[in-house]
Design a protein around this ligand. Structure first.
Ligand code: NDP
Ligand code: NHF
Length: 319
């Protein structure tokens, strides 16, 4: 396993397990199996509605002596309807209770979007809060406070643009330590990566395999398919690995972290083993050429008519 080093020396395993869409009833088994075969990094979120079951799996694995808390890297995310400064601590307390933990390794602001407290997913503009009313810098101050209380050892953002990261840093003087964004061979995030590399901010890539199990209404007809790409397929064949493994090895080789989701024992193993596949400069150059800045999770679901959220001010620097 490769690791990403934080400024205090903490090490985040470069490959972790995603848990969005891992359904209650199956996520417990998946997490136990993952721990048993060597996963040590788990990506969670309040939104995923499965933190209690994941917490049970952590607790049982620790009781069984399979792993110690300090050997695990556990990330979770603040949902959009708890963006007021004073809401951050109670939101994190609930996540910690559900996950049966005393602290998180990393806590992220899930989206640069603010919602009314009683709304999980908005269907109309008046369920959203303008960033002029609930600015991201206010949410970030709440995140800084929970880090100071050691409830989260590290804090960061998700789905944040360069512009929004700069704004947080300029206003509060505290830089996010990690930004989690969609990233895979079709969306290589080169500008964001150069910025984060220069600033010492680690990047985690979500949907590293293209998120084929996302809700059907989020799948565009005719969208490009990573698993059908000839360059990726040929290179995987020449390396003697699967297409999924090549994409994960690519993410790890370029110094980013990747969090593929699976609830299938064979694929859990296949994905974990990808972290140890070495790619040459020539392999990386071939993969670089596959980029098409294609985003599967478009964020258009936030852009409700009458709200002040648009795709332009969500992504700032473009897709
Ligand atoms: N911060 C954010 O806004 C977001 C964060 N995320 C995080 O990122 C994680 C990963 O992204 P996600 O959207 O789940 O999508 P992924 O790109 O990880 O794809 C998951 C799909 O790929 C399948 N799969 C897994 N391994 C393989 C393999 N080796 N070969 C072929 N198919 C495979 C899974 O099926 P099966 O389970 O049956 O193996 C599932 O259908 C999430 O689970 C979540 O933790 C995701 C989206 C947004
Ligand atoms: O992590 C996530 C999973 O899916 C959600 C959408 O349905 C996203 O909002 C979110 O970022």
């Amino acid at each position: 396993m490769k690791y990403i080093k934080y400024s205090n020396g903490d090490l985040m395993p470069s490959l972790g397990l995603g848990t969005w869409k891992s359904a209650p009833g199956e996520v417990y088994k998946a997490v136990r199996e993952a721990i048993a075969i060597g996963y040590r990094h788990f990506d969670c979120a309040h939104l995923y509605n499965n933190e209690p079951e994941i917490g049970q799996a952590f607790a049982d694995a620790m009781t069984a002596g399979e792993v110690k808390r300090e050997e695990l890297w556990i990330t979770s995310k603040l949902w959009n309807n708890r963006h007021r400064k004073e809401q951050v601590q109670p939101a994190l307390e609930l996540t910690l209770k559900n996950l049966r933990l005393d602290y998180l390794d990393l806590y992220l602001i899930h989206w640069p979007i603010a919602l009314r407290e009683d709304v999980t997913f908005p269907t109309k503009a008046d369920e959203m809060l303008s960033l002029n009313v609930t600015p991201l810098t206010e949410t970030w101050e709440g995140m800084i406070a929970v880090q100071e209380m050691d409830m989260a050892l590290h804090i960061g953002t998700s789905n944040f643009s360069i512009k929004k990261i700069k704004e947080l840093t300029e206003v509060t003087g505290v830089k996010p330590e990690n930004n989690q964004v969609e990233m895979h061979p079709f969306l290589q995030q080169n500008a964001l990566k150069s910025f984060c590399d220069a600033e010492g901010i680690s990047l985690t890539g979500y949907a590293p395999l293209g998120s084929a199990d996302r809700p059907a209404n989020r799948i565009m007809e005719g969208e490009p398919k990573l698993f059908d790409n000839k360059v990726i397929k040929d290179l995987a064949e020449s390396k003697g690995c699967s297409v999924a493994q090549l994409m994960l090895a690519w993410a790890v080789s370029r110094g980013t972290c990747t969090i593929p989701k699976s609830v299938n024992p064979a694929r859990l193993k296949e994905n974990l083993e990808a972290a140890d596949i070495e790619l040459s400069e020539a392999d990386l150059a071939q993969m670089a050429a596959v980029n098409m800045n294609y985003r599967y999770i478009k964020g258009d679901f936030w852009c409700l008519p009458g709200s002040d959220y648009t795709l332009e001010n969500l992504w700032d620097e473009g897709v």
